[in-house]
Design a protein around this ligand. Structure first.
Ligand SMILES: Nc1ncnc2c1ncn2[C@@H]1O[C@H](COP(=O)(O)OP(=O)(O)OP(=O)(O)O)[C@@H](O)[C@H]1O
Length: 278
């Protein structure tokens, strides 16, 4: 369902019921894993993308970041984990606190606790699913062994197989990624992120390239894995159904500010209407 269709469907203050197979209810630990105060980002001399944002994300939460094209979702994700320097304010993430950009050692520590999943899965298409999952270990000590499953340690290969198992793809371990469907490839990308045993998943439009059925399948698996392993998940999405159904909490950016920050269970159609209007 497109955003436009959803807006037409959602009228008044009608509540949006989670699907019966939704991962709700959720238990959420209260210690903040990410905390930003007065976060501001400006590219060069352009108008600030956002200003003075205050955000706290608790350990174990699943958070959807929504907003129109250009609202600043990807920029915010990157600023929150120090991949992009911010222009004002302060960020604490994974026990590292910085203003501007993290120091090199901080950046390494932060990155080592994050599993990334992107819209275009960014896998090596001519390599097997197993080798791609082993690639998740690149950046770890002795990581040259992460270039190919054949030179990976037995422990890493075992972890990679377990990660593939958790996305039900063990039977595809030795198939090249370019022989897999889009949904299967995205599940390999999730396994590659999971094998790092991260504390935080950062996912930019993880289901945007997929058809609706595969998109739901990938999101369902992704959220279930996050909950099972107590991994905090922040994902951006243009799909309101995904945001409502799979996130504990929805944050909407609009005109450089936080337009809405609510538990998904409490969100009404009326709340959502304004995110994309005006
Ligand atoms: N590297 C960059 N240099 C300059 N401006 C940038 C850069 N990256 C993003 N921007 C600008 O920052 C604003 C926010 O972009 P961003 O990609 O964060 O938005 P978004 O909400 O993720 O958009 P979309 O939904 O289209 O992916 C846009 O105006 C964009 O043009």
């Amino acid at each position: 369902m497109s955003i436009t269709d959803m807006h037409q469907d959602l009228t008044g203050s009608e509540r949006i019921a989670p699907r019966s197979d939704s991962p709700h209810p959720k238990t959420v630990n209260t210690s903040p894993l990410i905390s930003a105060q007065k976060l501001t980002k400006q590219y060069g001399a352009a108008q600030a993308v956002f200003s003075n944002l205050d955000i706290d994300i608790s350990e174990g939460e699943t958070v959807a970041l929504i907003g129109s094209n250009g609202a600043g979702k990807s920029t915010l994700l990157k600023c929150l984990i120090g991949l992009l320097p911010h222009s004002g304010g302060q960020v604490s993430v994974l026990d590292e606190t910085f203003s501007g950009r993290p120091q090199a050692a901080q950046a390494r520590r932060i990155r080592s606790d994050i599993g990334f999943v992107f819209q275009k899965h960014c896998l090596v298409s001519r390599a097997t699913a197993l080798t791609n999952v082993v690639h998740g270990m690149l950046g770890r000590a002795g990581s040259w062994r992460g270039w190919h499953q054949a030179i990976a340690s037995p422990a890493w290969r075992q972890s990679a197989m377990e990660a593939l198992d958790s996305v039900n793809l063990v039977h595809k371990a030795n198939e090249r990624v370019d022989q897999l469907s889009g949904g299967q490839a995205q599940r390999v990308a999730i396994a590659r992120a999971l094998v790092r045993k991260p504390k935080l998943f950062i996912a930019d439009e993880p289901a945007a390239s997929l058809d609706p059925k595969s998109g739901h399948d990938v999101m369902q698996r992704f959220v279930n894995l996050s909950k099972k392993n107590n991994i905090t998940l922040m994902f951006t999405s243009h799909d309101m159904q995904h945001a409502l159904q799979y996130a504990d909490r929805v944050i909407a950016l609009k005109n450089g500010s936080i337009f809405l920050d609510q538990k998904s269970d409490d969100l009404t159609a009326q709340d959502l209407k304004g995110v994309f209007s005006g």
